[in-house]
Design a protein around this ligand. Structure first.
Ligand SMILES: [Cu+2]
Length: 329
């Protein structure tokens, strides 16, 4: 399945094998990448329509007979981390500690380190188009592990803890300060300290509105669809109206620094899940405004490997059984 992704080598263009891939180094040329995207979309367009039509009559992977292997999510609302409360904060930290100790955390990080999943824009057009759906599925995998650990630690709790979201305009979540319990999954070394750069390099409230409402201004002059323009900005490749870099997901990774700036191993920092819950929330609230805009993914590119679900299975959080405490930008 993996080798069928549309022919882009995810390991090319990252400056050799020894240098780590860093979010702060991602600098996609809108002309070059935009042309690659428009060619990809032109090639997939008709097939995507055919695929959707054919998929309408196919049994869903949510077929209950296979439910054990597939994603199962408790009904839940993901809260704002600033309203998490001491009890939830402690439950989150303790569940992460348990997952670190039993080795589960490392295994989950290693899924993200496998770049053959082709899920970042730095990997080419298919990576641009898989970024949001793949990370939605990835968050669900972690959320399930988190809940299982929490249930074991707090069997009497009414509801298990879930991943909160971190609005990027807010300061770094204080309840995760100095909490870096995992080791580097490859070297076994303790993780480097976070940097927490000056707030000016994080997105502002105006930037968030540009991402959500000004998405059509991204990739100007390129023959690409609305979904592509939106995810281009949200991942961190966009431009502000004045032409400067529009900070978003990539830049918040770099802003936190330490292992969070490392494209492969960033989930080793427990704040990764909060940053990506915000990515997921912003996608969701944009989807509420633009329910008809979807990525031009076909065939195996549509499967969110290593899981069996396709884009269609994860495109609606309502169907997946969770929501967010707020859908305000
Ligand atoms: Cu990622």
């Amino acid at each position: 399945m993996r080798q069928e992704h549309s022919g882009h080598d995810p390991h090319s263009g990252h400056g050799g094998h020894s240098a780590p891939m860093l979010f702060s180094d991602v600098n996609l040329d809108p002309e070059v990448a935009g042309r690659g995207l428009s060619e990809h979309i032109a090639a997939q367009g008709t097939r995507a329509e055919e695929l959707r039509a054919a998929a309408a009559g196919m049994p869903s992977v949510f077929d209950k007979a296979n439910a054990d292997d597939l994603l199962v999510t408790a009904e839940q609302t993901r809260p704002d981390q600033s309203e998490f409360g001491d009890e939830n904060a402690a439950a989150y930290r303790n569940a992460v500690l348990k997952l670190v100790e039993d080795g589960t955390y490392r295994e989950i990080v290693l899924i993200h380190a496998d770049m053959s999943h082709n899920m970042h824009g730095s990997m080419g057009p298919v990576g641009v188009l898989r970024f949001l759906a793949w990370h939605r599925r990835y968050l669900m995998a972690f959320d399930e592990a988190l809940k299982e650990a929490d249930r074991a630690l707090r069997p009497a709790a009414a509801t298990p803890v879930s991943i909160p979201y971190w609005r990027w305009v807010d300061p770094f979540p204080a309840w995760l300060a100095d909490f870096l319990p995992a080791r580097h999954p490859q070297t076994g070394d303790p993780l480097p300290a976070r940097k927490l750069a000056p707030p000016s390099s994080k997105p502002t409230a105006a930037d968030i509105l540009t991402i959500i409402e000004g998405f059509e201004q991204q990739l100007p002059g390129q023959d690409v669809d609305g979904y592509t323009r939106f995810t281009w900005g949200l991942e961190g490749n966009g431009r502000r109206p004045d032409g400067s870099r529009l900070p978003a997901h990539n830049q918040v990774h770099a802003w936190v620094g330490g292992i969070m700036n490392n494209t492969m191993f960033s989930p080793a920092d427990p704040v990764f899940w909060l940053l990506h819950a915000e990515v997921d929330r912003l996608w969701h609230l944009w989807q509420l405004r633009h329910p008809d805009l979807h990525p031009a993914l076909t065939g195996a590119d549509r499967i969110m490997d290593p899981w069996p679900e396709s884009y269609d299975d994860v495109s609606s959080i309502g169907a997946l059984g969770y929501d967010y405490a707020s859908v305000e930008p």
